[in-house]
Ligand binder design. Structure first.
Ligand SMILES: *[C@@H]1O[C@H](CO)[C@@H](O)[C@H](O)[C@H]1NC(C)=O
Ligand SMILES: *[C@@H]1O[C@H](CO)[C@@H](O)[C@H](O)[C@H]1NC(C)=O
Ligand SMILES: *[C@@H]1O[C@H](CO)[C@@H](O)[C@H](O)[C@H]1NC(C)=O
Length: 335
């Protein structure tokens, strides 16, 4: 055999190997894509919501807005509690035209402020007799540096946990047997545990850790609230929308952004509509009339890990939150 032929054969073999390697990667990507799309979870019912009142925080963008669109389509009476009222009004104008449902109100709230939550409830009680579904969906992602609200609470903790904790206590009279409370958490809760000596990160601050802990608090709050409302026939569940393209992926490094935009997002992340399916399922499905205290993902209940399932933590967090609210002095907002 001449050197030329040997060289030719070698090139041929190398290209076959490269071909197979790329084919394998391609197959894995396609497989993962198909797997993700099929296990995504889709709300399968088309149950109507006429005469149902749904109050949602954080309903003016992303997953929350997609859920609002579907609730409106099904005829619900909707109350959106949002920080950015102008943006919310623009969003619902579009939904009202699309669905013909004009029964959508927008109220302003800064969920991180106890005074603002109280003002919201004062406004609501004028028009609100009952809430059938209460969606606690507002939240913030990781914040770079430690910030405090004007009431002196760490911002992520106040936004993602304390405000909703307070809101539920104040809205309790409007909740009746059959009402549902749905709390949005995230898969980030699976990787952390709470430090009860340092719940507001006074010591070392790390934005991502602080965020993940607030999401674990959502799970603990859900469990304790479900226990406490069991005898009243009010159900409480949490939902993890999964990785949604609009929110969780932004604001990392340039490489992180590039990876998430070109690889992770198209293959793995959900659209807002897909991300909203579990919330819609929890709000509507009649199979869930008596299901309480569970975490849902992809429209199915999932197991809690050992830390999320801790026996004492939910009650401890509850007592801390109650005390903290009692201890917080707040300026009267103008009525
Ligand atoms: C909704 O409420 C109205 C007035 O209370 C009642 O007439 C109507 O039948 C109800 N609709 C449904 C679907 O329950
Ligand atoms: C996200 O990025 C924007 C623009 O780069 C910046 O202004 C903002 O503070 C960042 N937010 C977080 C939470 O890192
Ligand atoms: C609330 O105030 C009491 C009395 O000052 C204090 O003992 C307690 O630790 C405070 N609790 C919280 C959560 O701030």
């Amino acid at each position: 055999m001449s050197d030329d032929t040997r060289f030719g054969n070698m090139l041929f073999e190398i290209s076959i190997v490269i071909f197979f390697i790329s084919a394998c990667f391609g197959a894995i990507a396609v497989g993962l894509y198909v797997y993700c799309k099929f296990t995504m979870g889709k709300c399968g019912n088309s149950i109507g919501l006429s005469n149902k009142t749904i109050l949602i925080t954080g309903g003016n963008s992303g997953v929350g807005l997609e859920a609002v669109r579907e609730f409106a389509r099904r005829g619900a009476r909707l109350i959106l509690a949002c920080r950015d009222v102008k943006k919310a009004r623009e969003a619902i104008r579009d939904i009202q035209q699309q669905t013909g449902n004009i029964d959508i109100e927008v109220h302003e709230v800064d969920i991180s402020s106890l005074a603002s939550v109280e003002e919201l409830v004062r406004q609501l009680t004028l028009s609100l007799k009952k809430i059938d579904v209460l969606c606690l969906h507002a939240g913030t992602g990781p914040v770079d540096s430690r910030q405090e609200t004007s009431e002196g609470h760490e911002k992520t903790f106040a936004t993602n946990h304390l405000g909703h904790f307070h809101l539920v206590q104040l809205l309790r009279p409007a909740l009746n047997p059959g009402s549902r409370i749905i709390i949005t958490t995230s898969m980030a809760h699976e990787y952390v545990r709470l430090d009860f000596e340092n719940l507001q990160q006074h010591k070392a601050y790390n934005g991502v850790l602080c965020y993940a802990r607030s999401k674990l608090m959502n799970v603990y709050f859900m469990r304790e609230l479900a226990q406490r409302l069991l005898k009243d026939g009010i159900t409480v569940n949490a939902q993890n929308p999964g990785l949604v393209h609009t929110s969780g992926l932004k604001n990392s490094s340039a490489l992180g952004n590039w990876l998430s935009e070109t690889l992770v997002a198209p293959v793995y992340a959900k659209t807002s509509w897909q991300g909203a399916q579990t919330l819609i399922h929890l709000a509507t499905s009649d199979e869930l009339d008596e299901v309480t205290g569970c975490l849902f993902r992809d429209c199915k209940p999932t197991r809690l890990n050992e830390i999320a399932n801790d026996k004492r933590a939910p009650k401890k967090l509850w007592q801390y939150s109650e005390q903290l609210i009692r201890n917080t002095s707040r300026s009267e907002t103008t009525p």
